[in-house]
Design a protein around this ligand. Sequence first.
Ligand code: PGA
Length: 250
Amino acid sequence: MRRQIVAGNWKMNTTPAQGVELIKNVAAQKKQAKESVELITGVPYTHICCVSEIAKENGIAIAAQNCADKASGAFTGEISAEMLASLGVQYVILGHSERREYYGETSKTLNDKIKLVYDNNMAPIFCIGEKLEEREAEKHFDVCRAQIEEVVFNLTAAQFEKLIVAYEPVWAIGTGKTASAEQAEEIHEFIRKVLAEKFGAAAEKTPILYGGSCKPSNAEEIFSKANVDGGLIGGAALVAEDFVGIAKAF
Ligand code: PGA
């Protein structure tokens, strides 16, 4: 039995005070979901200190949405993995398509970041996924394979055991378009097969989350698939009922 995970990605939304309200509301409703479902909340850096106590008391893990590719030093405006870990952050979302697209993140940068995440005893939620034109050209398998090979294949076996993968087709993020449960299962199965080529049986245990317009109304069908172990949730994570509603889909 693999871990079942629902991770929120608040992106650049909410003020810290609104974030505190949101996490309180999630905490208050969390009991509606099975206890075995792990909840993770990816908050803006500025919110970590205000939400972490409430999150901890209520069994919700905190993720950062990014970290610097350098350990420390003269890098104005950057936030290091060590700083995040010192605040009790357990996960870092890496390789989100918005970071790849708008901030030029490449596999090279991601290799540096993922190493720092592990060096500071956190775990990455590593995002992969194809763009619309790549899906239409039927290149989605190749794109996902390359994104995995270029970063995940450089991990040690011990690091790999802590990895969470999120498959997020770029055409489904924030668009209201969701991959069908069959499309999700097809590519999740493929992703697990690629992971197994390098890491063998350990890939059976890797949580692979689906992301892209996941909501309470479609989560149950998507999560029912054999290789879908939960979701990475953007828009719906900003409404406590919806976020918990998705967790209830298990
Ligand atoms: P969405 O975002 O749920 O708003 O589509 C998902 C994500 O980008 O993680």
